[in-house]
Design a protein around this ligand. Sequence first.
Ligand SMILES: [Zn+2]
Length: 503
Amino acid sequence: MAPDLVLDHVRLAEGATQVSIAIRAGRIAEVGPNIPASRTSSRTRRLDLQGAVVEPNVADAHIHLAGTAMLADAILVQGVETRDAFCERLRQSPSQLGSDWQWVVGASRALFASLDPAALPSCDEKRRWVASAPDGHGLRLSPGAVALLPDPLRQKVATAGGRVEGAMARDVWRRLPPPRRQRLGPLMVKTLRELAERGIGEVHAMGESVATLRVLRDLARRGRVPIRVYVYLDAHDPEIEAALSDASRTPSTGRPPLVAVAGAKVWLDGTLGGKTAAMRAPYADDASGEPYDAKARLQVTDDALRGWVERLDRLGLQLAVHAIGDAAVEQLLRVSSAMQRPADARPIRLEHAQTVGADQLQRLSGLLCSIQPLHRLQDLAMATPRLGNQRISDGWRAASLAKVCPLLVGSDLPISAADPTQWRAELLGRTEPPRAENERLTQAEVAAALLRDPFTGRLRRVAVGANADLMAHGRGQDAPSPDILIVDGQVRIIAPRLLRTGR
Ligand SMILES: [Zn+2]
């Protein structure tokens, strides 16, 4: 069988000799010094990569796909300081999503704190709006938006005056009518294309709804999905049970689909910005004087977490656990270390690992540590007084985590940029302010983190039998876009200079 695609004059590492790569049915079929024309057919596409280094493409291990797509259509209130100006901005912003409600983002901490939907009737004559907290872990809903919720949630939110935080905010978010799929689908495709242009050939979409999964699968059937999408469903989605058991029945042999369910995501706590991260000791800037109860900040019980691990192990799927505070990390360690899991169980993913005590590091062994390097740059000013001088060195670790658990790297898009060039700079200590010297990665460690398969934690390689998910940068890794990006054996991005030389 002739290959679909042959890449000629490629190197597998800087300085290595040039080889050719043959690709068939989405997989690497051959890597060799020369693939003669006699072994190709008239349907084989042949591209001369002119000595470029070819490597596996990069995965963004943590993004929010529906959220990013909806953001493109949201009303931005950045720079809006007063409630009157907020209402004015709403009045000026036409409804784009064609949805039942409009998403409002970019509120400052001060504006968000001052938003009292019940006191803003003039904003709501015709508009139903839902405003997100600056850190994404709280909502303000106009009375019209509250009315879209099912009972008894509607009554709870109405009683709270449309102001909800933390776990309740996520519950409200998932009960709001989803955006129209005709609008959401193209916006998600646009996001995925933008990621492809940065050399990202795979994303791990976290906490997505079953409704979003349906839209993605529909797009994949129509050949519209440009890169791989692994979905970790929102563990609290009302439809998750059926979706998970359906996913576990999908055979794992053969050509993997571009959109696949990898598992589920569970939230153990909130964020540092919202003071909802579960810390073992009080926040350093907590002046409330109230007694501190770390356990009360955890959003699920140990039993519920254990139940999720067991359920996903049974299904052969993976659990991703949101844990920002060291008490949330401790809960995961406490629960997972006391469990007897099957030998073939998927490693649990620790998402964010933003504060990890020195005493916890060794016990992370067996987990995968999923970090977002650009969060440190965004959060440092807010978090320094919050964590205090003693604890700040527990924040945004990289090198000390890498010694005990395989690092996965991501953006948390739309929270920070999906840009491997920026991730690399941050992890190497080349950003301002730089990360602590003892938490910087070496070049080799960064390369390993970017080449890792976030599902297994293993390094991906250009080898016969591997998925043909490849990328080449002819002008060095820090080039803004790859010269070529191949996903599932298909060329998704190609530089014009390669098109001119290709046959
Ligand atoms: Zn996230």
